[in-house]
Design a protein around this ligand. Structure first.
Ligand code: MCA
Ligand code: AMP
Length: 509
């Protein structure tokens, strides 16, 4: 019989090898050993089964970052369910779409949202709703506490789904990326090796756990290596400064690094035990890379990835240069080519779209075979929408995006979604949403709108307040400018590059 391809089957063999080692250390200095972690995951997996969750069922989760949330993620793997985390910033209006699309068997939400979401969940046929508060307490934890602490890990194949992660699209609604057990285990095993993770590692974890970076890249690698996770519920600069001297590794979006550099007391003192700083999810400015090295003596390892593919490339850890402004080389087992619009491979130094193939590449979009077909080439390469070039030695530099996407503090914002909301406002004739240089978030969201002839638009504050009822906070324009007409080219297409240049200094301090 083939071995169980469930990622949790792999993790639990590692947990069993070091039951007394510390897996998690919390802000109050309490800890959880790998042995205890395994027992709690089993209880949670039994709770899922008792709630009728069968292998393949989706478990949708929108809760604040807590250790119980990690238990739930691992329990979904163990029970063969499909973990479906959602950004905590999403509004009820946004959730309505996700619930209707994913049709989860179980919905786990913050108690404050239960009343608002109950009718939506009922309409979508969700069988159960459980609550989890920011401390991890709530109906699910209470129910799990009464369950048995042994559970047989569900048999899963390489192709079976482990997770469903929504990513927004340049057109239309968000799409659920179907991520398999093989996608997760292949990427995690590769990264453990490539970044030299061992059981001696201590990871400072300050990222959210509803996206690939904090959930898979940070957790799966450290848990596979049997290292310790210093658990922080969010990126709080003073706490990170205080905790770094106990850590060996930190993963972060570029904002983490610019915020650290903005703190005059940050330097070599905090980095005595550190061996690795990793950055990704958005471009790390070459200037941040060099300033960080000047301050700490350490070169950040920048890597590049996507929800649909996990990690694709990385600057070297062991041997080779970490070059500022580049994302390094294709990871072992991952094939990357730079292609033209037709998918033909381009030569070294030519700018084209990154295309990716390998065991890390997702299975397709949930309920959306048309979109899946559009984003894959016939030979199996996935079209990323990122523009890059490859040097003769295979080193890749991301130079832009073929997709209309803004990345703000590591969160993706698709202008089309905000423009649709703006265009629906009374008095708005049309809108263009752009990303502008922002010292803290990398890019800041800005809207430029035109009024319907003869109408007076609402104030900037009123427009933003209205959008806030519909859209997650990180998507909200930080400024809204009114103009008589949007700039267009001869074809009538709005010239976003011109708008970006006109408003370039909006966030200049
Ligand atoms: C918070 N705000 C934001 C953002 N975060 N606005 C725009 N962009 C953001 N990213 C809003 C808050 O709601 C608040 O609004 C105001 O900005 C100031 O918030 P602040 O307290 O400064 O923010 P924070 O809570 O400290 O959060 C900033 C953060 C956070 C730590 C950078 O956004 C974060 O953890 N980002 C990580 C995202 C991530 O994990 N991405 C990975 C995606 P108000 O003042 O009105 O209340 S995975 C991925 O991309 C791929 C696979 C990959 O390669 O990794
Ligand atoms: P997501 O859909 O949240 O997975 O975001 C994936 C996108 O983040 C990629 O398509 C890139 O545009 C961007 N990204 C991730 N890492 C990097 C990086 N190191 N440099 C530039 N862009 C990045």
């Amino acid at each position: 019989m083939a071995a169980n391809a469930n990622l949790y089957a792999l993790l639990e063999t590692r947990f069993a090898a070091r039951p007394t080692a510390t897996a998690f250390e919390f802000a109050d200095a309490s800890t959880r050993s790998y042995g205890a972690l395994g027992l709690e995951v089993a209880r949670m997996a039994n709770a899922l089964v008792a709630r009728g969750v069968a292998p393949g069922d989706r478990v949708m989760v929108q809760v604040e970052k807590s250790f119980t949330n990690v238990l739930l993620y691992l329990a979904c793997l163990k029970a063969g369910a499909v973990y479906n985390p959602l950004n905590t910033a999403y509004t009820a209006a946004e959730l309505e779409y996700f619930i209707g699309d994913a049709k989860p068997k179980l919905l786990v939400i913050d108690p404050s949202r239960a009343t608002a979401l109950q009718p939506i969940a009922r309409t979508a046929g969700v069988a159960h709703i459980e609550t989890m508060d920011p401390a991890g307490a709530g109906s699910l934890a209470a129910f799990a506490a009464d369950q048995k602490s042994s559970h047989k890990t569900a048999a899963r194949t390489l192709e079976d789904l482990a997770a469903l992660l929504y990513t927004s699209g340049t057109t239309g609604r968000s799409k659920g990326a179907m991520i398999t057990h093989q996608n997760l285990s292949s990427n995690a095993l590769t990264l453990v090796d490539y970044w030299g993770f061992t059981a001696n590692d201590v990871l400072l974890h300050a990222l959210p756990v509803f996206h690939v970076h904090g959930l898979f890249v940070a957790l799966n690698t450290t848990l596979l290596a049997g290292g310790k996770i210093l658990w922080q519920t969010k990126f709080d600069l003073p706490t990170v400064m205080k905790t770094l001297p106990q850590a060996t590794v930190m993963m972060g979006v570029p904002t983490f690094y610019t915020r650290l550099l903005g703190e005059p007391a940050f330097g070599r003192d905090q980095c005595q035990t550190m061996r690795l700083f990793i950055a990704g999810s958005a471009p790390l400015l070459a200037e941040t890379h060099t300033d960080f090295e000047a301050r700490t003596g350490m070169k950040i390892v920048e890597r590049y990835g996507m929800t649909e593919t996990g990690m694709i490339t990385s600057n070297p850890y062991h041997k080779g240069e970490r070059v500022a402004g580049t994302v390094g080389y294709a990871l072992p087992g991952v094939s990357v080519r730079i292609a033209d619009e037709a998918g033909a491979k381009l030569g070294f130094g030519e700018v084209g779209v990154v295309e990716v193939k390998g065991p890390n590449v997702f299975k397709g979009y949930w309920n959306n075979p048309e979109k899946t077909a559009q984003e894959f080439r016939k030979d199996g390469y996935f079209i990323s929408g990122d523009l890059a070039m490859m040097a003769a030695d295979g080193r890749i530099s991301i130079v832009g995006r073929a997709k209309d996407l803004i990345i703000s503090g590591g969160f993706n914002v698709y202008p089309k979604e905000i423009e649709d909301e703006l265009n629906a406002l009374p008095g708005v004739a049309e809108s263009a949403v752009i990303g502008l240089p922002h010292a803290d978030f990398g890019e800041g969201v800005v809207a430029v709108i035109t009024p319907v002839a003869g109408t007076k638009l609402q104030s900037e504050a009123a427009i933003i307040a209205h959008l806030a009822t519909r859209l997650a906070k990180f998507k909200l324009p930080k400024r809204v400018f009114e103009v008589a007409d949007l700039p267009r080219n001869a074809m009538g297409k709005v010239q976003k590059a011109e708008l970006r240049s006109t408003y370039a200094k909006t966030f200049a301090s």
